[in-house]
Write a protein that binds this ligand. Sequence first.
Ligand code: DLL
Length: 432
Amino acid sequence: MIWNTDFEALDGAAMSCHQAEKLGKLVDVLYRRVPFYHRKMDEAGVKPQDIQDISDIVRLPFTTKDEMRDVYPYGLLSVSLQDIVEIHTSSGTTGTPVVDAYTAGDIEVWAEVMARTLSAGGTGRHDIVQNAYGYGLFTGGLGVHYGARKIGATVIPISGGNTKRQLAIMHDFKSTVLACTPSYSLYLAEAAREEGIDPSKVGLKAGFFGAEPWSQSMRGEIQQQLGLLAIDIYGLTEIIGPGVAMECEHQEGLHINEDHFYPEVIEPSTGKVLPDGQKGELVITTLTKEGTPVLRYRTRDITYLERAPCACGRTTARMHRVLGRTDDMLIIRGVNVFPSQIEEVILKVEGIEPHYQLIVERRDQLDELEVQVEMNEGLFSDEIRNLERTEKKIEADLYATLNIHTRVRLVEPKTIARSEGKAKRIIDKRQA
Ligand code: DLL
């Protein structure tokens, strides 16, 4: 289901025209109203009138998370504070939070792109959306909420956590759509089984999962355990929250709502824009945002773009599922590894549960990676010999795919902490 064919199926030339017009206006506003951008553009030697075409975007400076933090809380506002109707922030766990301030128009755009997102996975007016993303300053809860309301679906704003209650609500209200992090969906499935409920039979037909990296193997697990279509949705606080990009029913890359968010992929060390198909850091410009617009935001998320038309009829550029973050990348003895690559390998092994943790330590000046993976009850009750064989097999599989030596340790069922929001997969003892 395409929510807005006018924009989601716009032809390429018309889209570029639309983007150029929006970018021109944006740059003009930012130069006049936001001292932060005025200064940055002066430093880059670029004036608003230099931006005539969308390809001129490369002349504009990048914006980083640190710069956004430096102007906390209101340094990026491009309208009067009176015109701001809602504020969200990033969690702030790694430093000063980043602020996203929305005008009424921004909330309208958010509802629109989230209506597109939920429609792309088949949500309609008759659906009951169990929204288990956290409500509050985190953008997941309210983002999904506004989209579901726009579609006219019934939204259950249960927020994250309280797993037993989630299961009761799912059963009693007959939820058809689930929205939460991929890791939490597996926790819900596990908790359901513990209560004697088959999670694939509760009536869910689609799930909208994002806010953390997950692999294709993890998708397979979720779809099988919960008996639903698992749709990957992407977004970030600095840009709008969820709603930047989403998969359709074909699950072949995430369609970017590029009439609102202009994507580029760059080589992280040089800032050079890469051609479609080449992996690098995703950079996004908010073309239509009013409250806190952002020019060329460096997301630190690694992906690549492709523009081939999709069988669903959408013509928008697609991004490959996020492969990892530049700041989550582990460098183990010189080899770059993303946690999601490890996930992809380990979940293919028989007897393994989709719960794992990566522990990085430095011993004798060398980095060592220990992969702790939960085994299922069947493997757990098996002979020690078989457990060792499985550990060796995973180590060999990881070596074959990633070219690094790891230590794999199978741990007892249900010993790795479950998450109700974003899963924490890496324990990096080198930073302790
Ligand atoms: O996580 C917004 C969101 C809410 C997206 C609900 C999807 C669903 P932040 O907390 O600012 O915002 O975190 C943004 O999370 O830069 C990515 O690294 C990661 N991320 C978000 N979606 C995905 C995804 C929300 N589908 C950061 N796959 C981003 C992989 C994702 N990583």
